[in-house]
Design a protein around this ligand. Structure first.
Ligand SMILES: NC(=O)c1ccc[n+]([C@@H]2O[C@H](COP(=O)([O-])OP(=O)(O)OC[C@H]3O[C@@H](n4cnc5c(N)ncnc54)[C@H](O)[C@@H]3O)[C@@H](O)[C@H]2O)c1
Length: 292
């Protein structure tokens, strides 16, 4: 696959879809961002544009690079518009039936060579792929949040994924500047298998009074050299999203370490979801997503 000359369709213009579209457009692919209504599409396009403009103001991109990325990007609500896609990346809600039926619909829209990537965090790649008449083209590509800043993508094959599809996917990901790790089609892949219990343990430590939000974050930053403390990270991800991912892993793996502690429910009930609501473990002046 020749880098920089592909058509990439991203389905879902939310947190992950907008970031992934940005990654594709910045790598000079023709990028089509699709959501269900005009407002959602526009929000996604605005997120991409504001991030690119901020990158330019910080000197990380030239004006020419920003203009080229924006010229590569378009939005639509019509699934037929993704027909020319070489790669379709789905980043819709974490719902098995939705993802399966979308891939089934796409079979009739795109060419037989088109790769289908799913960004699922917790669902089985094999089960999602079964929605397509060509499960051999379906590859799990799990981007880290925020995709425009984090380099790593976990790659997982479904039971019927063709090795050629994986090879093309790895080339595509390298071409958009990602580093990859290959993992198995198992709940949580590599990262969420230990990240989710670790975050839950940090909240348990907080509830047990072992430290404050600030001191636990400082301890992690100082000792483990993570780019963000656990509570900073939870605020970026959102407590509602953290709970959904934790519960899905808990239901599948039946290990108590995946169960979110009661603090998560209390924060959700209070509307303290993190950056997106302006308040989580920390308070924020702007509710814009991280990095935008
Ligand atoms: N948020 C994270 O930290 C994170 C990290 C890695 C992976 N993921 C996974 O990425 C996927 C998307 O998560 P998100 O956090 O971006 O969700 P989100 O709720 O922010 O966005 C989902 C978007 O999909 C749209 N949508 C729903 N059905 C659609 C369809 N048929 N066609 C096009 N758009 C449709 C919705 O309108 C919404 O805008 C999920 O599978 C999630 O598990 C999320």
């Amino acid at each position: 696959m020749t880098p920089n000359k592909l058509t990439v369709a991203v389905l879902g213009a939310g947190t992950m879809g907008a970031g992934i579209a940005l990654v594709a457009a910045r790598a000079r692919h023709r990028t089509i961002l699709r959501d269900l209504d005009d407002a959602a599409v526009q929000r996604g396009l605005d997120t991409v544009e504001s991030f690119l403009r901020r990158s330019a103001s910080l000197g990380k991109l030239s004006q020419e690079q920003v203009d080229a990325a924006l010229a590569n990007l378009s939005g639509t609500t019509d699934l037929q518009d993704v027909a020319p896609a070489d790669v379709v990346i789905e980043a819709v809600f974490e719902d098995l039936e939705l993802k399966r039926s979308l891939f089934g619909e796409l079979d009739d829209v795109v060419s037989q060579d088109t790769l289908f990537h799913t960004n699922t965090s917790t669902l089985s790649i094999t089960s999602i792929a079964a929605g397509s008449r060509h499960p051999e083209r379906v590859v799990g590509t799990h981007y880290c949040n925020p995709p425009q800043l984090m380099k790593l993508v976990e790659v997982a094959e479904g039971r019927h994924t063709a090795s050629q599809a994986t090879k093309r996917s790895l080339e595509f990901l390298a071409g958009v500047g990602k580093t990859t790790v290959i993992t198995k089609d198992r709940p949580g892949f590599i990262l969420n298998r230990f990240l989710i219990p670790w975050e839950n343990n940090c909240m348990r430590a907080l509830e047990a009074g072992l430290g404050t939000v600030e001191s636990i974050d400082r301890a992690v930053l100082g000792a483990l050299r993570h780019p963000m403390g656990p509570f900073q990270l939870l605020d970026v991800v959102g407590l509602d999203v953290h709970k959904a991912v934790s519960m899905r892993l808990y239901e599948q793996l039946r290990e108590p370490r995946f169960a979110p502690p009661p603090l998560v429910d209390r924060m959700i009930a209070a509307g303290d979801l993190g950056r997106k609501t302006g308040h989580g473990f920390y308070t924020y002046e702007s509710t814009k997503s991280f990095g935008a």
